[in-house]
Ligand binder design. Sequence first.
Ligand code: AMP
Length: 146
Amino acid sequence: MSQTQSIATYDDNNIFAKMLDGDIPYHKVYEDDKTLAFMDIMPQAKGHVLVIPKQKAVDLADLEPEYASAILMTAKKVMAAQRQVFAREGIVQMQLNGSEAGQTVFHYHIHLIPSSIHELGRHAVTQADNAELAKLAQQLAGKIIE
Ligand code: AMP
């Protein structure tokens, strides 16, 4: 097994690839030339955001250095916005590699969840209200500092 590449092959039709192609809607929080941040549709806590690179990476093994650095810089911006909007310090940063770890979408992404690790909701189970997600995305986007 190669240590520098993911085990799975990148699927151009995965749901996040479709978002990047503009084929399916999402609630955008932030975007730049290398990354996109949007609301998780099945949040594990209120304000759960996903950050993805604009690179075809299945998991951490595939992530190129320039995208690794860009995604962390975007994650910092999103986390700062979450801390302001939700007036809390605690933000869980999570990222799953491989189906064995529970990964369900095979385009690399960082989860940023305003929660304690001890209070996390179930992973990708309960769909949130669309209007509520739209409102949260707008609030968070309004607090992003470039
Ligand atoms: P993972 O299991 O780490 O691959 O996480 C995938 C995440 O994507 C889960 O938290 C899902 O709730 C989330 N998700 C799946 N489909 C969508 C979608 N259409 N829009 C936003 N988030 C999604």
